[in-house]
Design a protein around this ligand. Structure first.
Ligand code: ADP
Ligand code: MG
Length: 200
C-alpha cells in the first residue's frame, strides 16, 4: 500500500499481541464473510456474535450497512468506492484482531483483489468465509427488496445484476447458505472458531 505522509515512524506497543490474546482467552482474527446480497452474511454474523459472546469470546461485527452509516458514509457503490470501503474495513478489522478481538465482517466485498488486500492487512489472522448461496436463491429471498429494485433499473452497480461478484478461489471455509439451514451454518461457524482461535 502506498503511504502519503513522510516523516512518520512506527512505534512498537509495549504489550505483545500474544499477551493480549492470552488475556482474551483466544486468538484475535478476522472472519471475513463474503457473498451476494441476501446470502446470509448479516443474519449469520450477528447470531454468531451473540453465541460467541455468551461463551466469553471478545467478538464484534462490522456490518456493511452499519459501517456505511458512519466510517464510510462518504462512499457509494462505484468500483472505486467499493475498493476504498473494503480497504478501510480491512485496516479496521486488522486493528481489532491485533487487539485480541474476533471481528466478523459482513460485506459483499465482490472483488477478489480487494479481499486479498484485506487479507494482507491482517497476515495470519484472516479467514475468508464464502457464503455461497447462488443468485437465484438470493434473488428469491430478496429480504430488503433490493433485487426487485435493481431489476427495474432503480439501483446502479448492484452486485449480481449490474455489477460483478468474483467468488473466492481458496477461501478458508465455504458455507452453502443456499442449501444449509441457518442453524447448520451457525454450527459450522462455531466449530470453525473453536478449532482455529485457540491460543495453545
Ligand atoms: N439457510 C439460510 N441461510 C441464511 N439465510 C437464510 C437462509 N434461509 C433464509 N434466509 C434468509 O435470507 C436472508 C439473508 O439476508 P441477510 O442476512 O441480510 O443477507 P446479506 O447480509 O448477505 O445481504 C435473511 O432474511 C434470512 O432470514
Ligand atoms: Mg447484510
Amino acid at each position: 500500500m502506498t503511504v502519503k505522509s513522510t516523516n512518520i515512524t512506527r512505534t512498537e506497543h509495549r504489550i505483545d499481541r500474544e499477551v493480549r490474546w492470552r488475556e482474551s482467552g483466544h486468538r484475535g482474527g478476522v472472519l471475513w464473510f463474503t457473498g451476494l446480497s441476501g446470502s446470509g452474511k448479516t443474519t449469520l454474523a450477528f447470531e454468531l456474535e451473540r453465541r460467541l459472546f455468551e461463551k466469553n469470546y471478545r467478538v464484534y461485527v462490522l456490518d456493511g450497512d452499519n459501517v456505511r452509516h458512519g466510517l464510510n458514509s462518504d462512499l457509494g457503490f462505484s468500483p472505486q468506492d467499493r475498493e476504498e470501503n473494503i480497504r478501510r474495513i480491512g485496516e479496521v478489522a486488522a486493528l481489532f484482531a491485533d487487539a485480541g478481538i474476533i471481528v466478523i465482517s459482513a460485506f459483499i466485498s465482490p472483488y477478489r483483489r480487494d479481499r486479498d488486500q484485506a487479507r494482507q492487512a491482517a497476515p495470519g489472522m484472516f479467514h475468508e468465509i464464502h457464503m455461497s448461496a447462488n443468485l437465484d436463491i438470493c434473488e428469491a429471498r430478496d429480504p430488503k427488496g433490493l433485487y426487485k429494485k435493481a431489476r427495474h433499473g432503480d439501483i446502479a452497480d448492484f452486485t449480481g445484476i449490474s455489477a460483478p461478484y468474483e467468488s473466492p478461489e481458496t477461501p478458508e471455509l465455504v458455507l452453502d447458505t443456499g442449501g444449509l439451514t441457518i442453524e447448520e451454518s451457525l454450527g459450522r461457524l462455531m466449530d470453525y472458531v473453536l478449532h482455529n482461535f485457540r491460543t495453545d
